[in-house]
Write a protein that binds this ligand. Structure first.
Ligand code: ADP
Ligand code: MG
Length: 252
């Protein structure tokens, strides 16, 4: 689908007007090269990307184009080979290891394709775990866990184990776990990849609702049907941004 330049200009203006001007996330000339067995893989080349607070953006593109690599860099799980990443007005390259870990735990909520819940912890314990790592007092943890599980409609399953839940329910719990820490940004890597289309749609609806409530979301998908849920779609191909388009009028 060709981007419509007029829609794009209007969208950009709207976005600028609605934001404070300083993006939450600013990438400039970001590259990532992997070296394995004397083979160089240029996973990302010259990525420029701004994400404003409150935006919902989709990163789309075929398998192997660099989507997960980009998300790992955004989530401080990996570092660029070159280029600048500014998160919340701070250059990520300048952070010490412990600052990096702290920011990753506090500012970023991850949602994975395979849910990545811990099998021998209950729903409650799964959502609680990252808050425990932070040293949050137990009463506050309890309130956060309850609130997050209510948001995703899973508060009635706190004593269940992941294996006792459907895929769709597991993903809701994983979303609750990501929300518990009240992160600045939710990063979702193919969140519908392991779900059938009905559960996939429900997971998308959940993300859309969170976005309406103010969450900043960056979602990776290879499926254009799901990319449509976002306000803006950035298309990657061979590690480069090849297209950027605003969604047509969002249904409310
Ligand atoms: P996508 O998520 O779009 O499918 P990835 O970001 O996972 O793509 O991968 C982009 C490219 O980088 C691929 O060619 C992949 O093989 C390569 N790649 C990803 N991670 C590594 C790694 N840890 N070591 C070597 N090559 C990697
Ligand atoms: Mg991937």
């Amino acid at each position: 689908m060709e981007p419509n330049p007029q829609t794009q200009v209007a969208g950009d203006a709207q976005r600028r007007a609605g934001s404070s001007g300083t993006p939450l996330i600013h990438l400039e000339g970001v590259t990532k090269v992997f070296y394995t067995d004397e083979v160089e893989t240029h996973a990302l080349s010259g990525i420029h990307l701004d994400i404003q607070k409150g935006e919902y953006i989709a990163i789309a593109g075929p398998s192997g184009c660099g989507k997960s690599t980009l998300l790992s860099i955004l989530g401080l799980l990996d570092s660029p080979s070159d280029g600048t990443y500014i998160l919340n007005s701070k250059s990520v390259a300048d952070l010490t290891l412990s600052e990096r870990t702290r920011i990753r735990n506090r500012e970023v909520g991850f949602i994975f394709q395979a849910f990545n819940l811990i099998g021998d912890l209950t729903v409650y314990e799964n959502v609680e775990l990252p808050l425990t790592y932070r040293g949050m007092p137990s009463a506050e943890r309890k309130a956060r866990v309850q609130e997050s599980l209510e948001k995703v409609g899973m508060a009635h399953r706190i004593k269940h184990y992941p294996s006792q839940l459907s895929g769709g329910q597991q993903q809701r719990v994983a979303v609750a776990r990501a929300l518990g820490g009240k992160p600045s940004v939710l990063l979702a890597d193919e969140p519908t990849g392991n779900l059938d289309s009905k559960n996939g749609e429900q997971a998308m609806e959940l993300l859309r609702n969170l976005h309406r409530e103010g969450a900043t979301i960056c979602m990776v998908t290879h499926d254009p049907r799901y990319a449509r849920h976002a306000e803006r779609t950035v298309r990657l191909f061979d590690g480069r941004i090849v297209d950027e388009s605003m969604a047509e009028a969002q249904e409310v």
